[in-house]
Structures are given as structure tokens and as C-alpha cells.
Design a protein around this ligand. Structure first.
Ligand code: 0X9
Ligand code: ZN
Length: 767
């Protein structure tokens, strides 16, 4: 067997122990080529003391927390002899590390050109420059949904290149961060985020699931957060097994372990070292390194980030917070559920099982790691995924399957973040608040994703038109999906606006209406409502039908036509029956003229009345659709003269069927005079030749809505409407000086000036 082949075969046969794959302490080794005289050894070490002895001699463990048992070590020839002298079973896996690394490099180049020939980028590992070119290509190819999102620069000035994949403005949706390569030698950890970027970028608009998810979630991807270290693992004269960044520690040793440099439990002694030569050197302080500081600032600048995966290799595990302690995190259940989702998602692709867990369930504890900071500092759920492998030199043939299965973890996290919460109002929304009491309404919040935080559901209300909202936490009596919101009482001249906001455990925010506070729900203010006329169509209080139509006259009943050609399939207000043009199956439309439905005489003899009704009008069927109108008129004198209330035009959006509830404040209607001889009439007419005319009327209602908050109003009481004209009103006029502010323009002449001021002084005191 050729020597290189033998080495590769031996390497492939390494038995990696999950959870033992990072380096602990190492002493400086000074070689011309960092790996020039090294061998890779498999050594059986009996106890911790002997582990210590090996490390003191300068052997580099290729395991994080080297312990008793079989472990892999980098050692030069004299260190190899030392280990043998101690009587330890030693097997030489690689006796010429530079040659071995060179063989790996050549095999990778071959795999790369083989892949390039058939357009597959994922057959080989790629350099820092190639990864950046790949991201730049995505930005150029998909300018609408792939955007540059760099995080700054490394110590040696390399870009920490990233992309945002998503539609719309940055910051408008919940976002996720996927990064790789804090640890330079964990090469496959650069490929997985790049693959995710590729698939998401290309999938938007072509893959239904990805398209839907990217409409809900923004994704940030930064494949190489340690560019200097990664570069060094490729460089001639570099070190394929380098882990840290390239800080010159000034001790003859280089590098800070970026994944020990974060500000949560920094230098907390769980798998940390203050030895500048150690592979787990914590740095001179939290965020002492430009790379970790840049990523910190990147996240802090994007508070919409709700989830994060930091990719590493190798162990095939999903690690949840906390990494530094076995104490469960506050959101453990939710974090664990998402961990399970991701584990299942990965399993489903190639059957690879990545168990999930926190603390030292699956790996040693570690202080000062990135995802602990993401979670501890921002609340976003931070995970470490240790990818496939039994060494850092995962065979290139496994890149693609590793990428494929982890894309599913990415999509699972997107699903978790993107499934919006449903905010519903099971009993409807209040249309009026009261002058005396608060108005309660129920709110139901459901969804498969991230649930509301405790106290995170609020009613936000503003009554004075200022756009400044007050906030009240909703009660959640049963602890389930149902909440109770209460709008406080108001004054008659208030203009209540309100919306519901839900903050989720990981910090996502959902609102109803979704565009709040720009759009809100609104309500009127009332003291009481009295109904003066109500007709739900179940009986006939005395309507009359007239008109010259040859067919299709108004009739009353439960709709019989099935709704197949413009006729209503059911009634408007839900009672069952209504008025409609001809109530037969089949040909039921109005022909050859008009049909008029006129109400009995109604009492509309008071101010402040609201008239409402459900109407249906369809005019878009037939050979010549959209030719006819639907007319609503009223009379103050029992039908002697008529005024137009509304015309539904042939091409109006509501002339194609559908029940619409329309309401009119009668006091504001031109021609309306309060009186007891009020009548309404509804006319469906077939004047054009070719259109099918179908109409319906239901739920006619006249209500007296009154508001009396006991405040005596006077126009000079322009500030606060508190029933007294005083210095506050004077100051309000001065503040509005020269404007057209309606409240302070007391004489209504379009400008706030000295005349208004004089009126205030003239009306000084109680209204
Ligand atoms: O030690 C590390 O930084 C990570 N492992 S690696 O082999 N890639 O170096 C693990 C960090 C997270 N650890 C836990 N969550 N326990
Ligand atoms: Zn790592």
C-alpha cells in the first residue's frame, strides 16, 4: 500500500470519542514548520497524572479534556520516545504530519476540481477567499433577498463576511444567526452555514417551504468568524490543527480561544486556561479579541435576532444553554423542545442522530462560550452544533451529507421563529368604550412557535389622539391561551385607539394589528345605546315592494338559490332569513326594470342616531356585466321626497356579491332632518341589457348612541376638556400659536391667534 494511502486509511479508522474533541493546555513548541517533526499518536493513558506528564513534556492532545483512556496526540520524535519510555501503549497513526496534511490538501484539490467540473461546490473544503466569493456571488445573483451583512474585521484585518437573507427591510422580522468556524481547524463548520446560505438564497421563490419561511424570518449567515485562524490552517507554514485566533500573546505563544472569550462566565474555570499557550486560553479579558467583539456588536445591533447556532466539529451533538453550568436555564422547556425539533429534523435526512442536551449532558462544561452569551445577554436561544466526524479531518465526501442534514436544523429553527402567533378575539373587538366603566374583551393567543413570555402580553391604548400609548399587562386567569384585556373608561371627546402586543420568550414581538402602532383598532365612546328599530328579516314589519321589473322582485325568506350566479347563499346577519331579489333556485335576478323595497314609517326623531344594515349586491355575471347600480335612499316625509344615502356603482369592489355591513351617522347625512316620518328604500335595477342583478338586505338597525360624561363642554376649555377655563388652556393656545390646531382655534377662523387668546380670558373660570 502506498504510504499516503495507508495514512489516510489509518486516519479514517480513528475512533473518535464524542465529547473529547477540543484541545486543553499545550505548551509552546517552536519549530520551523509548526508541524514539521510531529507525529499523530494514539496513546492509552492510565490516569490524569500521566496526562499531565505528557502535556508537560509538550505533547498536544487532539482532545479537549484529555483524560485517561485512548487519546490522540501530536508529538515530535523525542516526545514519542518519551511516551514509550513511560511504558504507555503508543500507536503511530501518522509519522509525517506535514506530508499527511499535504496529502489531505492534494486530495481536497482533486475533489474540488472534480466537483467544479459538474458544478458541485460541496465536494471539497474551500478557502477563506473562496467562501467569500461564494457569498458575494449570492449577493450579486439574488439582489432582492440576499444582502451583505459583514460583522467587521479580524485582528489581521480580514473581513468577517456575512449575508442577510430575507425579504423587506432589515429589522422588520424575527431574525436568526448561523455562524461557523470560531475554531479554525473545524473545517466542515464553514461549509454548513455556506450551504444554508446557498439553499435559502436559491430556494426563495422556487421552494415553497423556504419561500414561506423567508417571508416570516430573516437569516444572518457568517460562515467564518475566525478568518485569521482559518487562513492559518491553509497557509504554507501554517498549522492544520490550529484552533484559536492569531493574537500574538507576547509570550512566544499565539492565539486566544474565541469560544472562551465571551462575557458570560468568562474565565469561569470550566475548560478554561489563563496560559497563553493553551488551546483554551481565555484572552486578557472578555471580548479582548476583535472577532468576538465584532460578533457581539453585530448581535447587539440586531435586537430582532431570536435564535443562533454556532457550528463546530466534531461530536454530532446539539448543545443547549447553559454550557458553563448544569443549572437549568430559565427557558429550559422551550429550549429543550427546539433542541428536540432540530435533532429530529437532522435525523430525518440521513438517519444521523445528533442528541441534544445542556450542561455536561453530552460534553464537558465550558465557560465563556458564544451561545451562552447570546442567550444570557440577549435572550435569543443559542445552540452549539458539533458536526460529523471522528477527527477535524472529516473526509470531503461527508461534507454534503453533513450540510444537508444540518440545513434541516436551520429550517426547523426558522419554523420555530417564523410561525407567527395567532392573536384572535373570540368574542369580537369592542366598537365602543364607556364613560363609566372599563370595557373588557377576550384575547386568544396560540401558535406552535415561541410562546408568550410571562407578562409579555399587553394592551396598548391611546385615547387623546397623541399616538402615545399606555400599556397594561393582560390577565391570564387560567394560564392557557386565553387572556382578558381591559380598556379603561373614557371621555366623550376621546378617540380611543388600541392594539395588542405579544412578546415571546426569546424576545420576538407580534402585534395585532400587525402594523401597529401605525394602524390600530379604534372605538367610539358611549354612555348608552338604545335601539329604536331592529329588523333581522325573520318577520315582516311592513315593508312594501314596488317597481317595474318584469321578473326578480324583492321577496323575503331563507336564501334558496345556493349562491351560484351572484345571489346570496345565506343571509347577512346570521338569523336565517333576509330580503332578496327573487328567492328561487335558478333564474332569480332582476329583469327589465327596477324593484324597490320600501320600509314602513320609522321613528328617527332624535339626534345622534346610527343607521346600519347588511347589503348584498352582485352585478358581475352575465353577457354584459357591471352595468347596473344599487341605490339606497331615505325620506324625512313618509316618501314624498327622497334623498340619496348611497349608490353602489357597477364596478365598485362591493358590487360582486358578499355581505357588507354599512353604517351611517344620520346627523351627518345631507338632507336628513330628525323626525318620525323616516323611511328607507333599496332599489335594484336592471337597466343595462346583459348583466345579472342580484341584491339582498338584512339586519336593518337604528340605534341611539349617546355619550354624556358629565363634563360641561365649552370651546374655550381647549386643553384637557376638564370643565374649567384656566392657565392650561391659555398655555395650549400659546403653544399652538399661528397653527390651525382645531382645539385651540376657538373662533374657528383657521388660525390660532390673539382672538382665541382673548376668548379664553373672556371665559375664564368654570364652563
Ligand atoms: O469546547 C468548545 O468550545 C466546543 N467544542 S469544540 O470541540 N468544537 O471545541 C463546545 C462548546 C460548547 N460546550 C457546551 N455547550 N458544553
Ligand atoms: Zn469548536
Amino acid at each position: 500500500m502506498h504510504k499516503n494511502l495507508l495514512l489516510i486509511t489509518l486516519l479514517a479508522a480513528w475512533i473518535g470519542t464524542p465529547g473529547s474533541n477540543c484541545l486543553a493546555e499545550a505548551v509552546p513548541h517552536v519549530h520551523h514548520h509548526p508541524l514539521a517533526n510531529d507525529n499523530i499518536l494514539s496513546i492509552v493513558v492510565d490516569d490524569d497524572q500521566l496526562v499531565r506528564v505528557l502535556m508537560d513534556e509538550g505533547l498536544r492532545p487532539l482532545a479537549c479534556r484529555p483524560g485517561p483512556g485512548v487519546g490522540h496526540w501530536l508529538a515530535n520524535d523525542s516526545q514519542l520516545a518519551f511516551a514509550r519510555r513511560l511504558g504507555m501503549p503508543v500507536e503511530v497513526l501518522v509519522d509525517d504530519v506535514p506530508a499527511h496534511v499535504e496529502a489531505e490538501r492534494r486530495a481536497n484539490e482533486e475533489a474540488k476540481s472534480e466537483g467544479a467540473a459538474r458544478g458541485d461546490w460541496y465536494t471539497a473544503y474551500h478557502t477563506f477567499e473562496e467562501i467569500h466569493a461564494r457569498l458575494d456571488g449570492l449577493i450579486a445573483m439574488y439582489p432582492d433577498h440576499v444582502h451583505a451583512a459583514d460583522a467587521g474585521a479580524s485582528l489581521e484585518g480580514r473581513d468577517i463576511r456575512g449575508v442577510r437573507i430575507g425579504t423587506g427591510e432589515a429589522g422588520s422580522k424575527p431574525a436568526l444567526l448561523f455562524n461557523g468556524c470560531q475554531h479554525a481547524r473545524e473545517w466542515v463548520a464553514t461549509m454548513v452555514p455556506t450551504y444554508a446560505a446557498d439553499e435559502l438564497a436559491a430556494g426563495y421563490g422556487s421552494d415553497a417551504r423556504i419561500t414561506a419561511l423567508l417571508q416570516l424570518v430573516d437569516v444572518y449567515i457568517i460562515p467564518v468568524v475566525n478568518p485569521d485562524g482559518y487562513y492559518y490552517t491553509y497557509a504554507s507554514g501554517g498549522d492544520r490543527f490550529w484552533r484559536k485566533n492569531r493574537r500574538n500573546n507576547g509570550t512566544g505563544c499565539y492565539g486566544v480561544d474565541l469560544n472562551r472569550n465571551w462575557g458570560v462566565d468568562w474565565n469561569g474555570s470550566e475548560s478554561t486556561s489563563e496560559n497563553t499557550c493553551s488551546d483554551i486560553y481565555v484572552g486578557s479579558g472578555p471580548f479582548s479579541e476583535p472577532e468576538s467583539a465584532a460578533m457581539r456588536d453585530f448581535i447587539l445591533a440586531r435586537p430582532n435576532i431570536v435564535g443562533h447556532i454556532d457550528f463546530h466539529s466534531y461530536a454530532e451533538v446539539i448543545l443547549q444553554p447553559w454550557a458553563y453550568t448544569n443549572v437549568l436555564p430559565p427557558d429550559h422547556d422551550e429550549i429543550d423542545a427546539l433542541g428536540e425539533d432540530m435533532s429530529q429534523a437532522i435525523l430525518g435526512v440521513h438517519g444521523t442522530y445528533y442528541p441534544h442536551g445542556g450542561g455536561d449532558d453530552l460534553l464537558y462544561l465550558a465557560s465563556g462560550v458564544f451561545p451562552d452569551w447570546t442567550y444570557g445577554e440577549t435572550g435569543a436561544f443559542g445552540y452549539t452544533i458539533e458536526l460529523r466526524g471522528t477527527s477535524f479531518e472529516l473526509p470531503a465526501s461527508q461534507i454534503r451529507p453533513t450540510c444537508e442534514e444540518n440545513l434541516e436544523a436551520v429550517l426547523a429553527m426558522m419554523e420555530w421563529a417564523g410561525v407567527p402567533l395567532d392573536i384572535e378575539f373570540p368574542d369580537g373587538l369592542p366598537t365602543n368604550i364607556h364613560t363609566q366603566d372599563g370595557t373588557t374583551f377576550s384575547v386568544r393567543i396560540s401558535g406552535d412557535g415561541d410562546p408568550p413570555a410571562t407578562g409579555g402580553v399587553t394592551l396598548n391604548w391611546s385615547y387623546d389622539g397623541s399616538g402615545n400609548f399606555n400599556e397594561g399587562v393582560l390577565e391570564n386567569p387560567g394560564g392557557g391561551n386565553d387572556y382578558i384585556a381591559e380598556l379603561p373608561s373614557g371621555d366623550c371627546d376621546d378617540t380611543p385607539a388600541f392594539y395588542i402586543e405579544v412578546e415571546t420568550i426569546s424576545g420576538g414581538v407580534f402585534r395585532e394589528p400587525a402594523t401597529a402602532p401605525d394602524d390600530t383598532f379604534t372605538a367610539g365612546v358611549i354612555t348608552s345605546i338604545t335601539t329604536t328599530f331592529e329588523d333581522d328579516g325573520q318577520t315582516d314589519p311592513g315593508w312594501t315592494v314596488s317597481g317595474d321589473a318584469t321578473d326578480g322582485q324583492w321577496s323575503r325568506g331563507v336564501p334558496a338559490g345556493g349562491g351560484d350566479r351572484g345571489d346570496p347563499p345565506n343571509d347577512g346577519d346570521g338569523s336565517g332569513a333576509c330580503w332578496l331579489t327573487d328567492n328561487v333556485d335558478g333564474n332569480s335576478d332582476v329583469d327589465g326594470g327596477s324593484t324597490i323595497l320600501t320600509s314602513p314609517q320609522l321613528d328617527a326623531g332624535q339626534a345622534g342616531l346610527t343607521l346600519s344594515y347588511w347589503r348584498w349586491f352582485s352585478n358581475n355575471f352575465g353577457a354584459g356585466p357591471d352595468e347596473d347600480s344599487f341605490l339606497v335612499d331615505f325620506s324625512n316625509n313618509n316618501g314624498v321626497t327622497w334623498y340619496q344615502l348611497e349608490v353602489v356603482a357597477p364596478d365598485a369592489p362591493d358590487s360582486s356579491g358578499g355581505w357588507y355591513n354599512v353604517s351611517h351617522d344620520l346627523d351627518g347625512i345631507p338632507g336628513f332632518v330628525p323626525g318620525t316620518e323616516f323611511r328607507l328604500r333599496f332599489t335594484a335595477e336592471d337597466l343595462g341589457q346583459g348583466s345579472v342583478v342580484e341584491a339582498g338586505i338584512d339586519g336593518v338597525l337604528i340605534e341611539a348612541i349617546t355619550c354624556d360624561d358629565g363634563n360641561v363642554d365649552c370651546p374655550e376649555d381647549c386643553a384637557g376638556n376638564d370643565g374649567i377655563v384656566n392657565v392650561n388652556d391659555l398655555l395650549a393656545v400659546i403653544a399652538a400659536w399661528g397653527s390651525s390646531d382645531a382645539a385651540c382655534d376657538i373662533n374657528d377662523d383657521g388660525v390660532v391667534d390673539v382672538n382665541d387668546l382673548l376668548m379664553i380670558i373672556g371665559a375664564w373660570g368654570d364652563c
